[in-house]
Design a protein around this ligand. Structure first.
Ligand code: ARG
Length: 464
């Protein structure tokens, strides 16, 4: 028959349909190792409070050690009748230590404080593994920037040619965004490093247990101030899901550019065969599936966050069973990032830029018009007039199908007496790039310094 944790008050076991609805072992089993770590720490505080004698503690820790090994090897798995990871592991403990020893561990704790603690432990570990994978993408981006320190490309706003920028500057913009996502995981961890163990079901424990000792034992910085908050809050889950979704959204923006860059019309990059797919019918196709999947998975992570927040909305305090729905969305977010990010960093590291094409397109679409206007400003012309004059240059070129640098000295003076031959000094991509040399600008020297700070910040983030 089905064993439940609440036999005393009930005449019969749960209906099959309830058991099927209630069951969570198919997704919460991944918390098993954390549950056992929590049980070890809990056994120690029970002992310290005088509720377990030395021999019982010894027997309990030995049994928990065996159970951990059996979980690890796959020798112990949840049974059909086990409701959740906690129930299954209690059964495993009793099977190994006997009902008298095993049955003592549940004193002073509830699955409510247990699960709130284990989930934090799981997410804290995965914040670190996901952050390391994001930093691999940052490294791949930085390495592309290092290989192309002075290559110009068309900088765009509204997807239209705007002003020339360095390819390295553009790539590094993506790296800074991803680095902030890593820093967000680190900031999140400060709030997640607080243990709810000892909160019991909601009101705290009456058994003289020391929550701070359990917290320290489990690698937390401290224990919660409020047992209701400890068992009922899930903002730590939602915040994690946000940072995961933000990471995927930032990845998707580079992914979208890679998809565009790999088209015949752009022709900016060629993807490595190892990170491209073919077509079952069209022999010539080489598809950017890694980038497309990255774009698609971002939607999935946004959905995980939205679903989770919707579950939490309006939930009264304290624990409600709805909270069991908090796990699958973030497990999905973690699993998705852990499979996506290695493929994405591999794609970025191996893509080959057509630097000649990038360079030749950089000044096209009259992207140096702003340089004319700013040159005029430096000559003392008010910007309003300068903007008009530069616009007139573009109009004249467009009418004749020529580029700005094709205008003769006579053409220039005819457009405005302010336009002397000196303006030609800024009508090159090199001149335009070099002129944007304040901090944060695309001048090659500034972009190089920026990259040093980027590498420094990424290295610091790695040390986490
Ligand atoms: N499996 C539950 C969860 O994930 C923990 C058990 C709490 N259940 C309860 N009836 N108090 O939230």
């Amino acid at each position: 028959g089905r064993v439940s944790l609440w036999g005393g008050r009930f005449a019969g076991g749960p209906a099959d349909a309830l058991a099927a609805l209630s069951k969570s072992t198919h997704f919460d089993w991944r918390l098993a190792a954390y549950d056992i770590a929590g049980s070890r720490a809990h056994a120690r505080v029970l002992h310290r409070a005088g509720l377990l004698d030395d021999a019982t503690l010894e027997a309990m820790l030995t049994a928990l050690g065996q159970l951990a090994a059996d979980v690890e090897s796959g020798a112990f798995v949840p049974a059909d009748d086990d409701e959740d990871v906690h129930t299954a592991l209690e059964r495993g403990l009793i099977e190994r230590a006997g009902a008298d020893v095993g049955g003592r561990l549940r004193a002073g704790r509830s699955r409510n404080d247990q699960v709130a603690t284990l989930f934090r432990m799981y997410l804290r570990d995965h914040a670190r593994s996901v952050a390391a994978l994001v930093l691999d993408v940052v490294d791949a981006i930085v390495s592309q920037a290092q290989q192309h320190p002075e290559v110009a490309m068309p900088g765009r706003t509204h997807l239209q040619h705007a002003q020339p920028v360095l390819l390295a500057h553009h790539l590094q913009a993506h790296a800074w965004a991803l680095l902030r996502d890593v820093q967000r995981f680190q900031d999140w961890d400060v709030r997640a490093a607080i243990s709810p163990y000892g909160s019991g079901a909601l009101a705290g424990s009456s058994l003289g247990l020391d929550p701070e000792a359990v917290a320290a034992d489990l690698g937390f910085d401290s224990s919660v101030e409020n047992s209701i908050d400890g068992t009922a809050s899930r903002d730590f889950v939602a915040e994690f899901a946000f940072v995961a979704a933000m990471t995927a959204v930032d990845i998707s923006r580079l992914a979208e550019e890679v998809v565009l860059w790999a088209t015949k019309e752009f022709g900016f990059v060629t993807l490595d065969d190892a990170y491209s797919t073919g077509s079952s019918i069209m022999p010539q196709k080489k598809n950017p599936d890694v980038a497309e999947l990255a774009r698609g998975k971002a939607g999935r992570l946004v959905g995980d966050l939205a679903g989770l927040l919707t579950t939490l909305k309006s939930l009264p305090l304290a624990y409600n069973r709805d909270l069991q729905e908090d796990k699958e969305p973030v497990f999905d977010a973690v699993d998705t990032l852990e499979v996506l990010l290695p493929a994405f960093s591999g794609m970025v590291a191996t893509m080959v830029f057509d630097t000649d094409r990038l360079e030749s397109l950089a000044p096209q679409g009259f992207s140096l018009a702003t340089d004319i206007a700013e040159w005029l400003v430096r000559e003392g012309v008010p910007f309003r007039v300068a903007h008009e004059v530069a616009g007139a240059c573009v109009r004249a070129c467009e009418a004749r199908g020529i580029e700005l640098w094709d205008l003769s000295d006579e053409d220039l003076t005819a457009i405005s007496p302010h336009l002397t031959a000196g303006v030609r000094s800024v009508l090159t991509v090199e001149g335009s790039l070099a002129s944007r040399d304040a901090k944060g600008g695309t001048a090659p020297a500034r972009v190089g310094e920026q990259r040093e700070r980027l590498v420094e910040a990424a290295t610091a983030a790695r040390a986490w």
